[in-house]
Design a protein around this ligand. Structure first.
Ligand code: IMP
Ligand code: MG
Length: 182
């Protein structure tokens, strides 16, 4: 059934069960890839909070968690402007870092995070993103753990918002019309 948020219509796209199966798969892959090691999992607020909570519980490794905040998006169009990272207080030198994002769209946010975090000399940086829009991606760096590749359409739910609303939806919905004028 479709839903309305801020007067826009969204249709069901990925249901809760399907998302949770994929999150478990990602967790198992990460567990295998980092066997015998420790991880510092860094979630990108606000969007990654829900995915991060489920993903961490699907990883069977000694891990610690942290959250950072960056903002690159206004409404449904990427502003392309990056603000600074907030919240990274611990010493990450020599650690295995897993950056957790809800979605990689143009890739500008993740590119910025990789370069800022690299400057802090971690042992390794890996990336987990629940969603990836290959048609919008402007770079060619590797994304290590991708839940779903999706078309270049705006989505909400499971942590993703449309102007602040929709993060609490257990499933993911896609904007019903192709162009949104805000
Ligand atoms: P990028 O820098 O263009 O890759 O955008 C990344 C950020 O934009 C994500 O962390 C999201 O917060 C936001 N974003 C991109 N696409 C969507 C979408 O379809 N729905 C909601 N937020 C999105
Ligand atoms: Mg985000």
């Amino acid at each position: 059934m479709s839903i309305r948020i801020h007067n826009q219509e969204f249709s069901p796209f990925l249901d809760e069960a399907k998302i949770l199966i994929e999150v478990k798969n990602l967790g198992q892959r990460i567990t295998k890839d980092f066997e015998g090691e420790e991880l510092l999992v860094i979630g990108v607020l606000n969007g990654a909070s829900i995915f991060m909570a489920d993903l961490c519980r699907a990883i069977d490794l000694p891990l610690s968690t942290s959250f950072i905040k960056v903002k690159s998006y206004v409404g449904t169009e990427s502003s392309g402007k990056i603000r600074s990272i907030l919240g990274l207080e611990e010493d990450i030198a020599g650690k295995n870092i897993l950056i957790v994002e809800d979605i990689v769209d143009t890739g500008i946010t993740m590119k910025y995070l990789i370069s800022e975090i690299s400057n802090l000399n971690p042992a390794k940086i890996s990336i987990a993103t629940l969603l990836f829009k290959p048609e919008a991606f402007q770079f060619n760096y590797a994304l290590d753990y991708v839940g779903f590749e999706i078309p270049n359409k705006f989505v909400v739910g499971y942590g993703l918002d449309y102007d602040g609303l929709g993060r609490n939806l257990p499933s993911i919905y896609q904007l019903s019309v192709s162009q949104l004028i805000i």
